[in-house]
Design a protein around this ligand. Structure first.
Ligand SMILES: N[C@@H](CCC(=O)N[C@@H](CS)C(=O)NCC(=O)O)C(=O)O
Length: 204
């Protein structure tokens, strides 16, 4: 059985929990409190030198880190990943977009605002507003004439972008000007076996 090292409020962890649940793959959940440095212990660093969750133990003592790499691994050969070469590359396109243009702005703002931050972060928080909204606009443009991000069907690209978009307001990003994104959020949460972010820890 897969073992997932995770922290329930994490959108990166949620991506993996959601896909495992929708694939009906049972998994063991090991919760670590990142606010207490539990991913920075020698024991955990031996599993993931980058000191971060999510981390999937795919077999005994074999570990895979990076949420989107885990999505790629788990979705191979399933309905959540197109087989067509270009369509598959478009999935990767959205996964890289998520990590470079979306998550560093929206997820980081959310983490700071929900887990506390010092006054020295105020400017950095303000600086994330413009690029975060730019990322939401890229999604809005795509979703104006498409129901999903790739090939007009639900894929891991939608899971990866849903994770932090649906909680963007916790990072002080209003979705008020993004009606297509809001409609897409409803389509994603309406998929079979969808589970909310903090209730998705225990598999099917
Ligand atoms: N690019 C990584 C980011 C992982 C990441 O930032 N994880 C955070 C929680 S969302 C973490 O474990 N932070 C703990 C730490 O840095 O000590 C991914 O997509 O998995």
């Amino acid at each position: 059985m897969y073992r997932l090292y995770d922290f329930l409020p994490s959108g990166n962890g949620y991506k993996v929990r959601l896909l495992l649940t929708q694939l009906a793959i049972p998994f063991e959940l090991v919760l670590l409190d990142i606010t207490k440095g539990e991913t920075r212990t020698p024991e955990f660093l031996a599993k993931n030198a980058n000191g971060r969750i999510p981390l999937l133990e795919v077999e005994t003592d074999v570990y895979l880190a990076e949420s989107n790499a885990i999505l790629m691994y788990l979705s191979e050969g399933t309905a959540f990943l197109p087989q067509d070469r270009l369509a598959k590359a478009r999935v990767w396109q959205w996964l890289f977009f998520e990590q470079y243009s979306h998550e560093p702005n929206i997820a980081t703002s959310r983490f700071w605002l929900t887990h506390g931050m010092g006054a020295e972060k105020q400017q950095a928080l303000a600086d994330k507003q413009a690029p975060g909204y730019a990322a939401l606009q890229v999604m809005e443009n795509r979703l104006t004439d498409h129901p999903f991000l790739v090939e007009d069907r639900y894929t891991i690209a939608d899971i990866a972008l849903y994770a932090y978009t649906h909680v963007a307001e916790e990072g002080n990003f209003s979705l008020g000007n993004y009606p297509q994104v809001r409609a897409w959020l409803n389509r994603v949460s309406g998929q079979p076996n969808h589970v909310p972010i903090t209730q998705s820890g225990f598999g099917p």
